[in-house]
Ligand binder design. Sequence first.
Ligand code: ADP
Ligand code: ADP
Ligand code: MG
Length: 480
Amino acid sequence: MRTAREMGIKTVAVFSEADRNFPHVKYADEAVCIGPAPSKESYLLGDKIIAVAQRLGADAIHPGYGFLSENAEFSRKVQEAGLIFIGPSPESIEVMGDKLSSKHAVAKYNIPMVPGTPDAITDRVAAKQKSAEIGYPVLIKASAGGGGKGMRVVENEEEFDEQMDRAVGEAISSFGNGACFIEKYITKPKHIEIQVVGDKHGNVVHFFERECSIQRRHQKVVEEAPSSVLTPEIREAMGQCAVMVAKACNYYGAGTVEFIVDEDLNFYFLEMNTRLQVEHPVTEMITGIDLVKEMIWVAEGKPLSVKQEDLKINGHAIEVRVCAEDPMNNFLPDVGKLQTYVRPQGNGVRVDDGIEEGMEIPIYYDPMIAKLIAYGKDRNEAIEKMLRAIDEFKITGVATTLPFCTFALKHEAFVSGKFDTRFVGLYFTPEVIQKETDQTELEIAAVLASQLLKNRQAPQTIASVQPNSQWRKNRASLRG
Ligand code: ADP
Ligand code: ADP
Ligand code: MG
């Protein structure tokens, strides 16, 4: 909506009853309630959203990320209603929305792929034989999967049937489609993805990579651009691959081609996300391009505003996802009221959020409350700015992923760039946060003690110390 406003375009927010008081509802020029809190009764009602758009005379719908953003049927219905869908064609979404059909679509373009079965598993005996050929561990994946769901690692043949049953069960319950396939499990994988944008005139450019290997439950928590391990040659090769993937499905709009990269920097195509991605700000920071503006631009039928040769990487950007999840308790979602919510500010700091102090975190949706982005002239400076920004970010009332992010950004594996998607499993335990908290509390106690000591020598200043309130404030922010 900010981008639209800059472009002189008026906006209408649609919201559920749970989101009535949220800042985006106030920010939009108009806002319409589309139903009760559960997304099945509001945000997933494509027809209702289209009807609202028509009633208000809107020209276009931007689907954001999540909900209907990768729903081919929605994109088709928007077009049929005579509106512009700010995203790719229904055909592109259809092909890329399914992991197996996307692999088929790019098969003839010489795109490197993880060894595995080319089709859904129908015969378990044959699947086990194939797994033995590939070599354990293998990964069973739901073809319709997303958000890290429907994925099971199989360590050996004995586990195969059990894990297969679980993967199929999860795939049916989450995606209504039980089709699963096998991939070799890359044991020290980095997740590196390439941002692409295409226009309706057949042009596709890439905006370099994002490294998203710090994940919990196969979902990203820390993202950065550029990656600290890619050489210019590999970057170029991955960029060209991503452009080919996009061209293979006549792609227009913003999209992301995800790759998995092994220890030796071999890269393999994973999937394409046919929408704007949560972590897109890091790309905007290092390229100076407003990706949402490009999306709107190409949706209007205009050619891309940039050529590949115009694009350069400037500096380094990191994003952390601030989720209402408790890192001390297995990253389980935490609910409650945001008692304190003070954003960090200053040079190189960007906060994309949709919440204000005093609000209740709705239990109905994803627990992400903000994205914190730091930008520096190089990776070290970006890390320093991020640590400072996290420190300034005061959130109490709910537990957040922020203490985990501090831990991750200070960890020598992260600092050296020598980390992969196993980071959380290898290095993180709740005790490491506890230790740091204890350490900080010790430091506070020491400062307090020395202040009290000084005050004893100069009793007239006691009133100005207010040890209790300061102590409590610090403790509260440590827990937040
Ligand atoms: P990314 O690769 O961008 O992290 P995800 O698949 O994790 O992609 O999801 C992107 C966003 O979409 C997340 O922020 C999440 O909140 C939202 N999302 C994912 N699945 C759903 C869903 N079923 N309903 C609503 N929102 C969803
Ligand atoms: P989703 O649609 O859930 O995002 P992806 O195929 O993108 O599914 O995989 C999500 C994450 O799972 C990746 O970022 C990576 O961490 C892990 N992963 C996926 N495929 C493999 C693989 N073959 N080997 C090891 N890890 C993998
Ligand atoms: Mg993915």
